[in-house]
Design a protein around this ligand. Sequence first.
Ligand code: ADP
Ligand code: 5GP
Length: 244
Amino acid sequence: MKALGFSSGTEEASASDRSSATELRQDTTGRICVEQAIEHLPFCIVVLSGPSGSGKTTIVSRLVRESPVKLVKAISATTRPPREHEVDREDYYFLTPEEFEERKQRGEFLEYAEVHRTGYWYGTLISELERARRANAWVLLEIDVEGALNVMRDYPDALTIFITTPSEEEFERRLRERGTEDEAVIQRRLETARRELEFVERYQYCVINDNLDRAINEIKEILSNKAGELRNHARSTERRSNCQ
Ligand code: ADP
Ligand code: 5GP
């Protein structure tokens, strides 16, 4: 697993950013030990992928408002030119290919990939994880399958969710209805979607975005369960270290 420049996954958070209550307990040998009930939630990387038109953008914008765990959506860097209503540093960090390459060389990316065979590069900056961490939030990455596979390899504690539609015809219908791409781009995205679907089993969860509210509720439950798991893990680690 790659080390990040700050506490991640189930690693311990610093004492200053953890709110804790102290309890005295007896361990199995009868020794008194101090147990701290950790309320601080360990950091987590949440990865969301899925074919174009599956509803990722729609889901992400709802999740950052409604999630049971505070989430910050990482703003990706890209060499793709901005679309009409896109704003630099809000929708993406729009970089020139040279800037992207320089930042890649400096090791500033958590992951990067050339997406949809367009010749455009997309990547997650490590500084975006730091931004989420400072806000005491989890980071949400909305990235393609290639980038997600790299995150899974380097950070196996990441929570990974694949979003899809009930059928291939449905992405096509949604892509066309959205009306942001021309025909050649739609065809390329459909081809990518077919390839991406082959990797669905590599994700921990697959959520079918048939009905938006239902899909959002399913993801909220996945996030709550992960939060519960991380809290339990942090509590048992803390208990063991205090009982030694
Ligand atoms: P992506 O980010 O995965 O490319 P979008 O979020 O842009 O997908 O969604 C593509 C289109 O499908 C948008 O027009 C969006 O409003 C619509 N959409 C999203 N979820 C649903 C759903 N559950 N049912 C019908 N249409 C949906
Ligand atoms: P769009 O050009 O429509 O904004 O995004 C195209 C695709 O790029 C989306 O499917 C999205 O998942 C992917 N993408 C966006 N940001 C990143 C990123 O930081 N890394 C990777 N690997 N893919 C990204």
